[in-house]
Design a protein around this ligand. Structure first.
Ligand code: HEC
Ligand code: HEC
Length: 441
């Protein structure tokens, strides 16, 4: 790979010239707003006392503690967003650093970028508040639904649109055949190695046989490209991918146009193979292997594997009260506070608690669904978004439509409606407590 590494000015120039902030697309999105619009001050009497929310019945197969489990106290060394996992070996730390350099490397048309693409480096979209984070950038998916059947229009370049190109002759557009167009906001990558290390069986335990609050949840089943195994998908808004290596290969070819050993075929602009062959001048796979048989996709996956979880903040009394509101409002039914990793080659990933606040299951979210089917995820199904690090990942929801956490909660529908309705009946002090809690995890 002849990418330009660690050249801040050039990277910035390229970033500015080829990535469109979501604010230039529809629906409009602003840069991250201030967190959680101020509501009533915690500790002050609520202005009015609406009726208390109905109590939540919480029977389930999974043993539920009577009280919300205590989040462990934050690490006294105050880890930051973007830090590696604690306790890595020297070799793992080196892999983290090498992988991060690849993650920041800017590709050009001579190194294989495009012909059509969405960004010239991973970090262009995954940048805030540290390398590996989220951003305001969206990508576009399209397709056609006819008689209730979704067609990704793969022969016309779907379902992912590549909206940049190395030459305007290959410009890709949403074809007129599409009657579904959806935006996808960039997700942060902190702690993904821990999520990858959660055994399938642990996720399966979250599936309910009896609905609670109208919530069942289902796993996303995928054929994983990297391992060739049938696995439970857990990455992406639709839980469409099971491993970090597969996501690396997929993002490399689909977001950047860099073919690799897992995904050796370029995307043709709106499916036009002739145009592609005219402008695709770099031999595939463009991600060439080193003497050990490893490519960029291996190093990218290692960076994400060793990237630490979002750091937690000490809970204020208001946030601690909000932890119980989170439970009684029914949020924890889907946003399951903690799961455990299983056996692992790395001590940093072995038998660890993962405070992700997600069941990693798909839920029918009614009107909040995005109209795109992917794998086992149907058009209204979305994966429960992990809530850790929420204070640094605005805007919210799959299309970034929500500027604040409050707006994101109010948009819940389908299986999330009962919980949303309970949220709407909280008094302003309880709302503030809940938001303070969500701002700390
Ligand atoms: C043009 C912007 C853009 C670029 C460039 C980009 N991503 Fe992403 N990334 C996204 C978006 C948008 C999503 C959410 C996609 C979805 O779920 O459909 C995402 C999701 C992910 C996820 C899943 C995260 C999760 O929590 O489930 C991983 C892993 C990831 N990207 C890795 C990468 C890597 C590695 C690269 C570079 C090879 C990269 N991305 C380049 C925008 C981008
Ligand atoms: C039925 C399961 C379910 C319940 C119950 C639920 N959520 Fe969610 N939540 C989801 C799903 C699925 C998403 C992703 C929605 C999307 O794709 O836009 C989500 C997204 C979110 C987001 C946006 C996260 C982001 O990164 O964009 C927040 C904040 C949130 N939920 C908070 C809550 C709170 C607080 C409650 C309780 C009042 C709650 N949720 C109840 C399933 C649920």
């Amino acid at each position: 790979m002849k990418a330009i590494r660690n050249h801040p000015i050039l990277m910035l120039a390229l970033a500015c010239s080829i990535v469109t902030p979501a604010s230039a697309q529809a629906p409009k999105k602003q840069p991250p707003p201030p967190r959680n619009a101020p509501a009533a001050q915690a500790g002050q009497p609520a202005p009015q006392t609406p009726p208390a929310p109905p109590p939540l019945k919480q029977p389930s197969q999974r043993p539920q503690p009577a009280q919300m489990p205590q989040t462990p106290p934050p690490n006294p060394r105050q880890p930051q967003f973007g830090d590696p996992l604690p306790g890595l070996t020297r070799r793992e730390l080196q892999e983290f650093r090498d992988g991060r350099a690849d993650f920041e490397a800017v590709e050009t048309d001579t190194s294989g970028l495009g012909p059509i693409f969405n960004g010239s480096s991973c970090v262009i979209c995954h940048s805030s508040p540290a390398v590996g984070g989220a951003s305001v950038f969206n990508v576009t998916r399209f397709g056609r639904t006819e008689n209730g059947v979704f067609n990704p229009l793969a022969t016309l370049g779907g379902s992912l649109l590549q909206e940049r190109e190395i030459n305007s002759a290959v410009h890709e557009v949403v074809p007129p055949e599409a009657n579904v167009v959806a935006q996808r906001n960039t997700t942060p990558l902190f702690g993904l190695g821990l999520i990858e290390a959660i055994p399938d069986a642990e996720i399966l335990r979250n599936v309910r046989r009896q609905p609670v609050d109208g919530v069942l949840g289902k796993v996303s089943r995928v054929q994983d490209a990297a391992t060739g195994r049938n696995m439970i998908g857990r990455f992406g808004w639709k839980a469409q991918i099971a491993t970090l290596l597969t996501f690396s290969g997929e993002a490399y070819v689909n977001e950047m146009g860099i073919t690799n050993r897992l995904f050796p075929v370029e995307n043709a602009p709106n499916g036009n193979a002739q145009l592609l062959s005219q402008y695709d001048t770099v031999a595939d796979p463009e991600d060439t292997l080193d003497a050990q048989g490893r490519g960029d996709i291996d190093r990218l996956a290692e960076f994400m594997q060793w990237l630490g979880a979002p750091p937690r903040l000490q809970l204020t009394p208001s946030a601690a009260a909000g932890r119980n509101v989170f439970q009684t409002t029914g949020c924890a039914i889907c946003h399951v506070p903690v799961m455990r990793t299983g056996p692992n080659r790395s001590a940093s990933l072995r038998n660890k608690e993962v405070w992700l606040f997600s069941d990693l299951l798909l839920h029918d979210m009614g009107a909040l669904g995005d109209g795109i089917a992917q794998g086992t995820a149907d058009v209204r199904d979305m994966k429960t978004a992990p809530l850790w690090g929420l204070r640094a990942s605005a805007p919210y929801l799959h299309d970034g439509r929500a500027a604040t956490v409050d707006e994101a909660i109010k948009a819940h529908d389908g299986e999330g409606k009962a919980s949303k309705d309970r949220y709407l009946r909280l008094n302003s002090q309880q709302v503030q407590q809940l938001l303070d809690f969500l701002n700390s995890i």
